[in-house]
Design a protein around this ligand. Structure first.
Ligand SMILES: Nc1nc2c(ncn2[C@@H]2O[C@H](COP(=O)(O)OP(=O)(O)O)[C@@H](O)[C@H]2O)c(=O)[nH]1
Ligand SMILES: [Mg+2]
Length: 365
């Protein structure tokens, strides 16, 4: 997979620099009005936290994100490879049910959800002889996906300045940092004042990657310059700054690796705890890579034990024909998929839409 976002970021930085020079006065006026000067560096536990001044242009000057509604439809025709065409019109034979079961398992729906969906299809067809099997499957899939679940982020209204935290967790490489950047962009477009916290302190490059997103979106980033700085300290400093600056939302990016699993989970627990001391927690979003199948489910279990996950972001659905993982992972964790990643670009994050999802699974959209 190529890294298509790198030239994009370079462009965005150039645009941001030009915009800052051209609109420096206006930019600072806006920053001051929202109470965001550049405060002096804060020192936490002996390492300096570098405050990124709010020097980027307001996001509406940097560039314009695409509307989020309708993004999901880009999956059209991508996920139906395994389910489309399994069913035919008229009565279902035993071998039709076998074929459906196999197709659901192949689509990564998982064994228990497959059983529930098959039972749902049978009971619907038993109760209504006029119902077409595809329609029965559509209804059973929708039921399994739970369209009534609340998939919004618990951020309240923009402009309240409550510094609500969204902590983004997941293993290395699943797309956490990219998701934070894409999400910041959507929130800024919706009028939220956003701050980012770079609590992946393993390599300076991780904070650099987040900072590039911050510049692109026009939001400040709290980071440490030092590799291996204490992630919870950076997260805490970010929360204090978000509260001090009356930001609406603080998005915290975390590391997905440590020497061992227990160490990582302890670290995440600590980040969630210390941030919660100053900033009301809105969400803990678990990012999972859709292409990793059952392995992703195993990860989900481990993270759910360590933190109170409130939502799932399923990335790289663009690279997977197996959308059924959405059903499996929701069932595993008991929390809804709230967003899906559809590519590496800045606008490739879509709110999850159950009906559109089922239609793309069935190849009917
Ligand atoms: N195709 C695709 N690539 C993605 C998506 N989300 C992230 N990526 C890529 O996955 C790679 C790892 O992403 P990154 O955000 O650095 O992962 P992190 O280690 O969890 O922070 C990068 O090359 C991203 O561009 C997605 O939805 N689709
Ligand atoms: Mg990262």
């Amino acid at each position: 997979m190529d890294v298509a976002w790198i030239p994009g970021d370079a462009d965005a930085v150039v645009v941001a620099v030009v915009a800052v020079v051209a609109l420096a006065g206006a930019g600072w006026a806006i920053a001051r009005r929202s109470g965001r000067g550049a405060p002096p560096p804060a020192v936490i536990e002996s390492h300096t936290i570098v405050e990124t001044p709010v020097s980027a242009a307001p996001a509406d000057i940097v560039d314009h994100p695409e509307a989020t509604s309708g993004r999901f439809s880009r999956l059209r025709g991508r996920l139906g490879a395994t389910l489309a065409g399994v069913l035919h019109r008229g009565a279902m034979s035993a071998s039709d049910y076998d074929a459906l079961e196999e197709a659901l398992l192949l689509a990564d729906v998982g064994a228990s959800a497959t059983d529930a969906i098959l039972a749902g299809v049978k009971s619907r067809l038993g109760a209504n002889f006029d119902l077409e099997p595809t329609q029965a499957l559509r209804e059973a899939l929708l039921e399994a996906i739970d369209p009534a679940a609340d998939r919004s982020l618990a951020l309240g209204q923009a402009g309240q300045g409550q510094a609500k935290s969204v902590i983004v967790v997941g293993v290395n490489g699943v797309g956490k940092t990219t998701t934070v950047g894409k999400l910041a962009r959507v929130l800024v477009a919706d009028g939220y004042s956003v701050m980012l916290g770079a609590a992946d302190t393993f390599r300076a490059a991780a904070a650099d990657q987040l900072e590039t997103w911050g510049a692109r979106v026009g939001v400040p980033v709290e980071r440490s310059e030092r590799d291996g700085a204490d992630p919870a300290s950076v997260a805490f400093a970010a929360a204090e700054r978000a509260v001090g600056d009356s930001a609406d939302v603080l998005l915290i990016d975390t590391a997905g690796r440590l020497q061992n699993k227990q160490g990582l989970m302890d670290e995440l627990g600590k980040i969630v705890r210390v941030v919660g001391k100053v900033s009301p927690r809105a969400e803990v979003l678990l990012v999972l890579d859709a292409t990793t199948g059952q392995n992703g489910l195993a990860q989900a279990r481990v993270f759910a034990e360590a933190t109170d996950v409130t939502g799932i972001v399923l990335t790289k659905l663009d690279g997977s024909a197996k959308g059924g993982i959405v059903v499996a992972v929701q069932r595993e964790l008991g929390v809804p998929v709230k967003f899906v990643g559809l590519g590496e670009g800045a606008d490739d994050l879509a709110p999850f839409e159950p009906v559109a999802f089922v239609d793309s699974l069935l190849g009917t959209a």
